[in-house]
Design a protein around this ligand. Structure first.
Ligand code: BDP
Length: 352
C-alpha cells in the first residue's frame, strides 16, 4: 500500500513537472505569436491627438508651417501623436486667449506673435525693441544664436506654463492709417490698434498717438471701418490677408519693430506624450523654421504687390524722418532694456 502510494506520488510529480514545462512552452509560443501578430497587423499602441491654435487663415505662411509641423510629428512618431490645426482664429481670435489656454492646459500648441507673449515673459521684450535690428538677416542671426535660444529657455524657466519651440518670420511692422502719416507729427492723436503688449502701447504714446489693445487681428478691419480706431500696424501679409488695406490705405514704411512669431506648447504637453515623443515634437518644430522663412519671403512679396496694385499709398520716410521716429524710443530702451544692457549691446553688434 505504502509502495503504491509512493509510486502514485512519483507519477504525479513527473506529470506535474512535464505539464509545467509544457505550460512554459505554450506561454512562450503565445508571446512569439502575439509579437508576430503585432508586426504583421496594426499595433495596439497608444495614440494622442493634440490641438494647435492659429489666428491666420489657410495658406498664410505660419499656417502652412503649422501643418508642416503636424505632418512631421505624425510621420516621425509613426502615428502616435497627431496634431489638429485650427486656423483663422476659430479657437482663439485674440492671442492672449490662446496663451492663457496653454497656461492652464486647455490648449496644446499655439502659433503666436512674441509681442503678447512678453506680457507673460517680460524678458521677451528685449528681442522686439523698436528699431533694434538693421534688417531681417540681422534678426535671424540673433534668433538662431545664443540669445535666441536663451529667450526660448526663458519662456520655459520663467514658470509661465509655456514652452517656446521655435521662431518664425513675421518681417517688419509698419503703421497704416486712414489719413496719411509721413512724420512723427502726423501721428498726433491717432488711435492705433496694437497687440497686447504694454511696451508697444508706450511706443505709440511716445510718438504722440494712443495705443488701443484688446482687438484681435481679425477684428481690425471692422474696428477701422467703424471708426473705433484710426489705424493699426503690421507686416505686409497681415495687412493684406486681413483686408485692413481696404479700410486704412495709407501705409508708412517706418519698420518700427521686427517681432518674431513663436510656436508655443503648453507645459502640460509633456504629461500627454512619452519622453521620446516629446523630443521628436521639439525637433519637428525646429525643422519647420526654415520652411516658414521661405514661405514668408514669398508671401511678403506677393502681399505687397497685391495691396500696391489695389491702390494703397505707400510712404517711404526719408532717413531724417525715420531718425525722428527712432529718437522717440529712448525712454523705452531705458525702461524695458534695464538689466539687459549687455544683451542689447550684443544684439546690436551681432553680424557687424
Ligand atoms: C501678425 C502676427 C499675428 C498677430 C497679429 C496681430 O502674425 O500672430 O496676432 O500680427 O497684430 O503679424 O495681432
Amino acid at each position: 500500500m505504502k509502495k503504491a502510494l509512493a509510486l502514485l506520488l512519483a507519477v504525479l510529480t513527473v506529470f506535474a513537472f512535464v505539464s509545467c514545462g509544457g505550460d512554459d512552452e505554450a506561454a512562450s509560443a503565445s508571446t512569439t505569436s502575439s509579437t508576430t501578430a503585432s508586426t504583421s497587423s496594426a499595433p495596439a499602441q497608444k495614440t494622442v491627438t493634440l490641438i494647435l491654435s492659429e489666428v491666420h487663415a489657410e495658406g498664410y505662411p505660419t499656417t502652412l508651417a503649422d501643418y508642416e509641423f503636424a505632418r512631421l510629428v505624425e510621420e516621425r512618431t509613426e502615428g502616435r501623436v497627431k496634431i489638429n490645426v485650427y486656423s483663422g482664429g476659430t479657437l482663439y481670435g485674440e492671442e492672449t486667449g490662446s496663451i492663457e489656454a496653454l497656461q492652464i492646459g486647455d490648449l496644446d500648441f499655439a502659433r503666436v506673435s512674441a509681442s503678447p507673449v512678453a506680457s507673460y515673459v517680460p524678458a521677451l521684450n528685449v528681442i522686439q525693441l523698436p528699431y533694434l535690428y538693421r534688417d531681417g538677416d540681422h534678426m535671424w542671426q540673433v534668433l538662431n544664436g545664443p540669445i535666441g535660444q536663451e529667450m526660448l529657455n526663458e519662456i520655459e524657466s520663467s514658470g509661465s506654463g509655456l514652452i517656446g519651440l521655435c521662431y518664425y518670420d513675421a518681417g517688419a511692422r509698419n503703421f497704416y492709417t486712414t489719413t496719411p502719416v509721413q512724420s512723427v507729427a502726423d501721428m498726433a492723436g491717432l488711435k492705433i490698434r496694437l497687440q497686447n503688449n504694454a511696451m508697444m502701447v508706450e511706443m505709440v504714446q511716445l510718438l504722440g498717438g494712443n495705443g488701443v489693445t484688446g482687438i484681435g487681428p481679425n477684428e481690425v478691419y471692422s474696428a477701422i471701418s467703424q471708426g473705433t480706431i484710426d489705424g493699426a500696424e503690421n507686416n505686409w501679409p497681415t495687412y493684406e490677408s486681413m483686408g485692413d488695406y481696404e479700410a486704412a490705405p495709407y501705409f508708412i514704411l517706418d519698420g518700427h519693430t521686427r517681432v518674431p512669431e513663436i510656436l508655443l506648447a503648453s507645459a502640460n504637453v509633456v504629461n500627454k506624450v512619452s519622453a521620446e515623443d516629446w523630443e521628436i515634437i521639439k525637433e519637428c518644430a525646429k525643422d519647420t523654421q526654415e520652411y516658414e522663412i521661405e514661405q514668408w519671403a514669398l508671401r511678403e512679396e506677393s502681399s505687397r504687390e497685391k495691396v500696391v496694385a489695389a491702390g494703397v499709398t505707400v510712404y517711404e520716410p526719408t532717413a531724417e524722418e525715420l531718425a525722428e521716429f527712432q529718437a522717440k524710443m529712448d525712454p523705452i530702451y531705458a525702461e524695458y532694456g534695464a538689466g539687459y544692457e549687455d544683451m542689447i549691446e550684443e544684439i546690436l553688434n551681432t553680424g557687424l
